[in-house]
Ligand binder design. Structure first.
Ligand code: FAD
Length: 811
């Protein structure tokens, strides 16, 4: 066994084998995989191993289609062939028009990744799958490349090809401890000896937290028991003369695929069970949980009704094994928060379908620092402090119960809520607020018109349209108040703070006390990594001179890791998170200054406190820090208040606001107003797939700065010209917004992808942002937007259609 290597991958299921293989493909051959037993002896060996293109966003579709292409290539390699039923086809069923509409959206989104789904009616479903009845069926989504693979052969083939490229695999070698050294390298202690390495990867399936504990980390991953059975042969299958397509059913929560001459049918029952919450028997190896078909009776009936042949067919065997889940159903693939040189590929609930792609994206991150797609949807840092195993278990149960029921726009399911609140949450609820969830935070979305208001789940504009319009109108013509909780806030102190930030940001960094600026962080490839406001606070009785770094709520761990990784040992810079201590109250609208002046001492005139100023003060008697910034495009103040004083500040503002008829507004109104202003959202429109020039942020880049992270790569990209360009679109539809991922077409070809969309109430326009090929970015170009199957015109317009000169927010 080697005693020194570059990377040690721990775990020899699909996650570990795929990572090892792809590390070698990316050019690293001095890599090792250690497995406590035999390869695939965790969950992988008994997987139903269905492999589909279907995913909720383009990154998921892209990584799944990588799996399919890779598995096909491997299966055709005569050196190590694999049983892979590629292209049996698969149908995701639907019995509601809303589900069908969702499928049309997913088909539009997948087209941008060169994946061709087809939305078919009930009769066509039955024609393609001769065993099914069309009772209570509207139709489905067809993936022509759906199939299944032999999971053990697949892992062996990946290990075989990795070994051929120089990697080594040590079986029956349990990892017992991990030691990280001062230089951030690791020693992996195993029962067979120690291996020193630069990087470790946790790919330990349901034992993820045993290995996590070895590095002092608790990963938000919980396991669920999951069962399928295999039937005797079914004569109708033999008679059909072709293999049965796969089925996935959100109506009754089961799936099926052909297995030899019969079917494999798996179930997602409501009375589901978590597994291994109190520890896992060390001898649970190549093992299964006891069968319990009684538990799945509720969903079994639905499968029998859909495929009556099952009623006449005997069950050959039952498989019940643990599957891992995370809080949002997507796995954790990437850097481990708070650690250096440590990665994970865990929480895979569809690890065979996705594993090829996840290993690919992880290997790219390890070798190049970033993957070819923006990987935020699988980034382990997307959950923060609230993400513990207990909360994950609640979400895992909910997710399992809804396995094939995709989330609709604005849908937030109830399990594990409320996770993060402020003192205002119950007060806003009593005022009639409906909440959205942002990184666990309950954030007011809009005010309900009446207590029992439940808008439909739909891809169309829903019944909130008028509520949001009213909130926007009030902010535009009068004054509104909005709570923005969980905003990521890092306090940066030390004499070198500005020099450090100057190196981290690609634009100008102001050192002037009392000034606020917006800036962007790039990765080493010159692509957009982050967005933050920087506020220079002078020394006061509240602290020394400092910078407040503010960014999106979800970026808390991501940004902290990125900043700390770039700190130099000899730099006088200290970082302290204030995210959970401070909440923002946004006061916005033409009367905002009057309300502020009525409850806070001082001169708030435009001359005394102009655009992009910051000042400490009291709101009533509540200490606050006020910034003159605006995401709505109206005159606005961000009032940052310690949570202990939040209620006091709120009462003072409401009291002062009485004379001005101040009303509440929520996140939904903010999101629509920012589209009218040309303002972007991190991880919707600001992605690692694009640089700041492509994203229309050239004004925030200062190429004549001596140095900043990503500068050389950015200059090289600038010289080459953009691959895509972010544009603003006016969509010729009144029934539905453009959804993120939807394809923009020209002459039957995909030329762009929507990042976000919504109704601009102040300009009375259906607006969207999209990345399009530069040839189609000229103002006036009309593209065809595929929105849930309907083709509507989308015209490129100048950004910021509302108050283009920004006079309202600056006056
Ligand atoms: C019944 C069932 C049906 C399924 N059907 C499908 C399907 O149709 N399609 C699909 O895509 N997915 C399916 N899945 C899910 C899929 O099987 C899993 O997502 C996948 O197998 C997880 O792979 P993994 O590599 O993450 O974990 P595992 O396969 O569990 O591998 C982890 C490995 O880490 C090793 N390990 C643990 N601790 C240590 C240690 N200390 N030292 C060294 N090694 C260690 C283990 O021994 C194990 O081999 C199904 C799962 C079940 C249970």
């Amino acid at each position: 066994m080697k005693t020194r290597t570059k990377v040690v991958v721990i775990g020899g299921g699909i996650a570990g084998c795929s990572t090892l293989y792809h590390l070698t493909q990316e050019g690293w051959s001095d890599v090792v995989l250690v497995e406590r037993n035999e390869l695939t002896s965790g969950t992988t060996w008994h997987s139903a191993a269905q492999v589909t293109n279907f995913g909720m966003n383009q990154t998921m579709v892209g990584l799944k289609s990588h799996s399919i292409a890779l598995y096909k290539k491997l299966s055709e390699n005569p050196e190590y062939p694999i049983n892979y039923h590629h292209g049996d086809g698969g149908i995701r069923l639907a019995n509601t028009e809303a589900q069908m509409q969702g499928y049309r959206h997913f088909a539009s989104m997948a087209r941008g990744m060169d994946v061709d789904f087809e939305v078919i009616d009930a009769a066509e479903c039955a024609r393609r799958h001769p065993l099914i009845s069309t009772t209570n069926l509207l139709g489905g989504l067809w993936d022509p490349l759906d199939g299944d693979i032999d999971p053990a052969q697949l892992c062996q083939a990946l290990a075989y090809h990795a070994r051929k490229a120089g990697a080594e695999v040590y079986r029956n070698t349990p990892v017992t401890a991990l030691t990280q050294h001062k230089d951030d390298t690791w020693t992996v202690h195993t029962e067979k000896g120690d291996i020193d390495c630069d990087i470790v990867v946790n790919a330990c399936g349901y034992r993820v937290n045993e290995v996590g504990a070895m590095m002092g980390v608790h990963h938000p991953v919980a396991s669920m028991e999951h069962q399928y059975f295999l039937t005797e042969d079914i004569p109708e299958i033999a008679a059909a003369g072709h293999r049965m397509p796969l089925l996935r059913c959100p109506i009754s929560d089961y799936y099926s695929r052909q297995e030899k001459g019969g079917l494999l049918v798996g179930f997602y029952e409501q009375a589901c069970k978590t597994w291994g919450m109190d520890g896992i028997d060390p001898n649970f190896v190549n093992a299964l949980c006891p069968d319990d078909l009684d538990r799945v009776m509720d969903v079994l009936a639905g499968a029998f009704e859909r495929m009556p042949a099952l009623e006449r067919t005997g069950i050959r065997s039952v498989v019940n094994g643990p599957i891992t889940y995370t809080i949002d159903g997507a796995p954790l693939v990437g850097p481990i928060p708070g650690k250096r040189n440590a990665f994970c590929i865990i929480g895979l609930r569809a690890g065979l379908g996705e594993g090829g792609g996840h290993g690919w994206l992880l290997a790219q991150q390890i070798v190049h620092g970033e993957a070819c797609y923006d990987t935020w949807c699988i980034d382990p840092r997307r959950f923060t402090g609230h993400a513990n195993v207990e909360l994950t278990a609640l979400k895992a149960i909910e997710d399992y119960q809804n396995e094939f029921r995709f989330h609709f726009p604005h849908e937030h399911r109830p399990a594990g809520r409320p996770a993060k609140t402020t003192p205002l949450t119950p007060i806003l609820a009593a005022e009639g607020a409906e909440f959205t969830v942002v990184n666990g935070w309950e954030r007011m979305d809009y005010l309900k018109p009446f207590p029992d208001f439940h808008p439909s789940l739909s891809f169309d504009f829903d019944e909130t349209f008028e509520c949001v319009a009213a909130e926007v109108h009030n902010v535009q013509t009068n004054v509104g108040l909005c709570e923005v909780n969980g905003f990521n806030r890092i306090e940066i102190t030390g004499d070198d703070r500005h020099a450090f930030l100057d190196r981290m940001f690609c634009g100008a960094v102001s050192r002037r006390p009392g000034r606020v600026g917006l800036g962007y962080l790039l990765n080493d490839h010159g692509m957009l990594k982050g967005e933050a406001t920087l506020a220079n606070l002078p020394a006061s009785d509240r602290g020394p001179a400092r910078v407040w770094y503010g960014s999106a709520a979800a970026s808390e761990f991501h940004d902290m890791d990125w900043l700390t990784q770039h700190l130099r040992a000899d730099e006088d810079v200290q970082l302290r998170s204030l995210t959970n201590d401070q909440t923002i109250l946004v006061l916005a609208g033409p009367r905002a200054r009057d309300v502020l002046a009525a409850c806070a001492r001082g001169d708030w005139s435009n001359a005394a406190f102009p655009w992009l100023s910051v000042r400490e003060c009291f709101i009533g008697f509540a200490p606050a820090t006020v910034m003159r910034v605006s995401f709505s495009g109206e005159l606005a103040y961000e009032i940052h208040v310690p949570n202990a004083s939040l209620y006091a500040a709120y009462l003072a503002l409401r009291e002062a606001g009485k004379a001005f008829d101040l009303k509440l507004f929520g996140a939904r109104a903010v999101d629509q107003m920012r589209l009218e202003k040309g303002f972007l959202h991190w991880k919707a429109d600001i992605l690692t797939e694009f640089d700041p020039f492509e994203t229309g942020l050239a004004r925030f880049v200062k190429t004549d700065k001596a140095a900043f992270v990503g500068k050389d790569a950015l200059l090289a990209r600038q010289a080459k010209g953009p691959d895509k360009t972010l544009v603003t679109l006016k969509v010729a539809a009144t029934h539905a917004p453009a959804h993120g991922g939807a394809s923009l077409m020209q002459a039957g070809r995909v030329v762009g992808t929507v990042t976000s969309g919504g109704w601009g109430h102040r300009v009375n326009m259906n607006l969207a942002y999209a990345f399009v090929q530069p040839d189609f970015a000229t103002i006036g170009t009309v593209l065809s937007l595929d929105t849930c199957g309907a083709q509507v015109a989308a015209e490129v317009i100048a950004p910021c259609p509302y108050d283009h000169a920004h006079t309202r927010m600056r006056s």
